[in-house]
Write a protein that binds this ligand. Structure first.
Ligand code: TZD
Ligand code: CA
Length: 528
């Protein structure tokens, strides 16, 4: 007779969730026993690393991925990483082992009391099945919930004595259950949108991470060329939705209310696609939009649409909507904007390297389709200006600003994309939140090039401390770290490069190697 265990693995196999990111405990062993040969288990040494790797894997494949955590303590360790997964709409199907059913009430060790409440509000759905027979159906629901728009992480707590339970009757039917989404606006909605765009005098396009997630990048290029309109990336960019050397590209909008209306001043129509309106950071109050401007918002996320303080939103499948919209748009006779001037090459100084020099070298030496996982907060502007990104899926930054994403996500992205080089550009502050991701890179031989920008400080906080008149705040420096020793301790080869020449040498060797390598680069501190 089939068991909860056997039906669950059939379900996971059929839905393509054959890679499991996890960190096990006793509660999880009954799930992991008889682990099928066509499944792969990727061990992370801390749950922040487990979720970070799974997040990277899911971002790069665009598919749901299974995560297995240890009860309450493991879930707790994962919460910081879940903030990023929630905002990047990553369909993580997170399972956590629970004590045996009869041991939960007495709060035996490792009982996850009130398990379904624990991960909220950072999951779309959270549940502990009421009986063993309901585990496969619950997992099927979890997979579909995670994967339907707006996508996001879900959580299922599973008592460990459920796995050997025999299942009678039709329960195995759930393995065949499919759900698909159809989200095209009506003809009337499309026509109204097209008319607004056709009649605008000076439209501007603002693109968010969802454009990259649904691979609508080339449709966005077509749209910008059809209407000859400048293109901005929405603030707090976590992905790159548009080729950064295209004539229409204008850069990333500042993450402040007044900053955005300043940059968009003069436009009568602002079309925002696949982003919240907007993801602000610095508090700089002012008008939400420039005077006289109308904002139209296309998104797949009802919550994003509903919480926007301005504009009119259309919720649907943005890829399908763009495909249907383009034939309704007339070619504009405005002239295409001039491409942004390239920043002049950074002068090489003696002493520490400028981050700009490091980025110029990356731009010159890395493969044109390299994937950057970026987590150095003070160098965001310099990076976008200097490193050309051309292809979908080329850039990932923590979507909620939760540090500890970069190192593990780089490992997950590289596992998902063995044919493209992943380059992790990580600050010496950020690197510590999930440093043990280096162990997973070494053990599974995941050939990421890790670059640690070592300025001995929380650079972005130094800048913020001036903005907030708090320059005397303690705890802003991180001296005395040796990332080469740390990397070697976790089994990753490492080299410190003090000059541009030695950095470029080491970078070329690392790019040629088929194993992970870490480069530690002492750098100056610049402003975000
Ligand atoms: N803890 C977590 C988990 N996430 C955070 N975002 C912070 C703390 C606060 N924080 C920032 O928002 S930026 C930053 C911190 C500590 C400094 C990161 O330093 P870094 O990068 O060395 O990685 P830069 O380039 O020196 O800023
Ligand atoms: Ca730093």
């Amino acid at each position: 007779m089939p068991t909860v265990h056997s039906i669950t693995y059939q379900l996971l196999r059929r839905q393509g969730l054959n890679t499991v990111f996890g960190n096990p405990g006793s509660n999880e062993l009954p799930f992991l026993k008889r682990f099928p040969e066509d499944f792969r288990y990727v061990l992370g040494l801390h749950e922040g690393v487990v979720v970070g790797m799974a997040d990277g894997y899911s971002l790069a494949t665009g598919q749901p991925v299974l995560v297995n955590l240890h009860a309450a303590a493991g879930t707790g360790n994962a919460m910081g990483a879940l903030t990023n997964a929630w905002y990047s709409h990553s369909p993580l199907v997170i399972t956590a082992g629970q004590q045996a059913r009869s041991m939960i009430g007495v709060e035996a060790m490792l009982a996850n009391v009130d398990a379904s409440t624990l991960p909220r509000p950072l999951v779309k759905w959270s549940y502990e099945p009421a009986c063993a027979e309901d585990v496969p159906r619950t997992l099927s629901q979890a997979i579909h919930m995670a994967n339907l728009p707006a996508r996001g992480p879900v959580y299922v707590s599973i008592p460990y004595d459920d796995w050997d339970h025999e299942v009678e009757g039709d329960a195995a039917q759930v393995v065949q259950h499919d759900v698909s989404y159809a989200g095209l606006p009506s003809a009337a909605q499309l026509e109204a949108l097209a008319e607004n765009l056709n009649q605008a005098h000076s439209p501007v396009l603002v693109l968010g991470p969802e454009v990259d997630a649904v691979r609508a990048n080339s449709l966005a290029v077509e749209l910008s060329e059809r209407l000859c309109m400048p293109v901005w990336v929405a603030p707090s960019a976590s992905r790159c939705p548009f080729p950064t050397r295209h004539a229409c590209f204008r850069g990333v909008l500042p993450a402040a209310i007044s900053g955005i209306s300043d940059k968009l001043d003069g436009h009568d129509l602002i079309l925002v696609i696949g982003a919240p309106v907007f993801r602000y950071h610095q508090y700089a109050p002012g008008r939400y939009l420039p005077q006289g401007a109308k904002l139209l918002h296309l998104t797949g996320d009802v919550q994003e649409a509903a919480r926007a303080p301005v504009g009119d939103a259309l919720v649907g499948d943005i890829h399908a909507t763009l495909e249907a919209l383009l034939p309704l748009l007339a070619q504009s006779d405005r002239v295409l904007p001039n491409p942004l001037p390239l920043p002049p090459p950074q002068a090489v100084s003696s002493g520490r390297l400028a981050p700009e020099s490091v980025f110029d070298s990356l731009n010159a030496l890395a493969p044109e389709d390299a994937i950057y996982v970026k987590e150095s907060t003070s160098t965001v502007t310099a990076f976008w200006q200097r490193v050309e990104m051309r292809h979908p899926g080329s850039y990932f930054f923590p979507a909620a600003g939760g540090l500890g994403f970069g190192l593990p996500a780089a490992v997950g992205v590289q596992l998902a994309q063995p044919d493209r080089q992943v380059i992790a550009v990580i600050g010496d502050g950020s690197a510590n939140y999930a440093i043990s991701a280096l162990w997973s890179a070494a053990q599974y031989n995941v050939p990421v090039v890790f670059i640690i920008l070592k300025n001995d400080t929380y650079g972005a906080l130094r800048w913020f401390s001036r903005l907030l008149d708090a320059e005397d705040a303690p705890g802003l420096d991180v001296p005395g770290l040796d990332f080469c020793e740390l990397a070697r301790g976790y089994g990753v080869e490492a080299v410190r490069t003090e000059t541009l020449e030695s950095f470029e040498d080491a970078l070329c060797r690392a790019l040629d190697a088929s194993r992970p390598i870490l480069l530690e680069v002492p750098t100056t501190t610049i402003e975000p």
